[in-house]
Design a binder for this molecule. Sequence first.
Ligand SMILES: N[C@@H](CCC(=O)N[C@@H](CS)C(=O)NCC(=O)O)C(=O)O
Length: 197
Amino acid sequence: MMQQRLRKRIEPSINGVSAGTQLQQQIAALSPTRRVPILRHGALLVWDSQAICEYASELAGAGWPEDREARAVARSACAEMHSGFEALRSQWPMNARATGRRTPPDAARAADIARIDQLWTDCRTRFGVRGPWLFGDYSVADAMYAPVVLRFRSYGAQLGETAAAYVSTALADTHLQSWIAAAVAEPWTIGYSEIGT
Ligand SMILES: N[C@@H](CCC(=O)N[C@@H](CS)C(=O)NCC(=O)O)C(=O)O
């Protein structure tokens, strides 16, 4: 995955049951915004997911659809993810190794999920003819929505046929599988991300 290949990994060398405070201190030492992801590439620091994807795309000479219209929609989809879906992101924290979690229903979260279902279905229907990803070939949009795919896997989401098929595609990807395997192998737990029963 675009982010996965180039992003700096933060490896807390701790054994406690909750990595919260130490992890936040480690992040603060590396990131001026106290948030991740960050990318260090030589002397360069890039400190935002969308900027990292843009940088990786420039280095690779790939990552955005060739068609201008598709590219504009892909950029809109990425921007929507980057600045939106507050209810989904706050109520369902990304917890890559968690599965089968259930949380109380919430109207705002349901609206976010319905919008993502609509968006993915639209992208797949209009631009997905070349392959199984949102815009056919793998793109930055798939990298930006990978955390949403993982959330849907962890907490369960009712999706239409096209969006559900996209989740299956993304989860079958070897890079996302590696990400999940790395999460499963982590010995620590981040308490505030352990949501649901
Ligand atoms: N603008 C940032 C926001 C990233 C963000 O909110 N990261 C969260 C995790 S997904 C974070 O670092 N939270 C701090 C923490 O968990 O301590 C981006 O998309 O790169």
